[in-house]
Write a protein that binds this ligand. Sequence first.
Ligand code: PXL
Length: 271
Amino acid sequence: MIKIATIAGSDASGGAGLEADLKTFEEYGLYGLAAVTAIACMDPERDWAHRVFPVDEEALRSQLDTVFKGVGVAAAKSGMLGAFYAVDCAAEYITRYGIKHYVLDPVMVCKGAGEALNPELNDSIAAKLLPLAEVVTPNLFEAEQLSGLRGIAGLAAMEEAARIIHGKGARTVFLKGGAKLPGQSKALDLFFDGSRCEVLEADLVDTAWTHGAGCTTSAAIAAGLARGLPVFEAVSLAKRFITLSLRNGFALNRWVGPGNPSAWRAGNLFK
Ligand code: PXL
């Protein structure tokens, strides 16, 4: 059995965070382990407002020991970290256990939460985690934070940001324009590994049910790497995986709807 770890927040609503990661790992036929950094809850009575409860450092370290010591994970990803000590712990364990296939999802916003999460952590994430990342998966907002560029709204600016983020140590940047790039009729993401620069394109999925899309994408990339795929293939497959997932999203309640990571079984990801 191939094992894979996530260091991430728990999303009580099940669509994002480590819940999305574990569901995705399962679809790739892997055994997932999880260290919880924080517990995210949403208020069903007040605009789905988010509350995040951090897990303290001792409990986080104890989980990281459980996950990494003697297991031999083939890959790992991190998602919501939520505290300086969680950034430091992630860097420490990824380094100590020599995790080559590490995917950094630099979670800085939650769709529906309205505002940036822990902006004070952004510099620390950039300094400590980018240099360890085989792949980093920023959305447009996160790419602006990591690169220092503002108003990224087209492929040229995405490439410029990807080059800056690559220069800060990530070996591959997968910059997700997704459905957010203005004036595009396709979902466009950019892949850059220092030499190869490619735009990945998929049909736009007309849906509001996109909760967890970022978590699922980075989990799928890590899962592909754990299975031994080369980076570009892992990223391309993850893009197909998330497109199918979003095509099969659904309303969870009146506020939010996740994608469906098991959708590929019906849609046949490998066709
Ligand atoms: O999608 C970003 C995200 C990541 N991690 C956790 C979350 C969310 C958004 O709700 O709850 C735990």
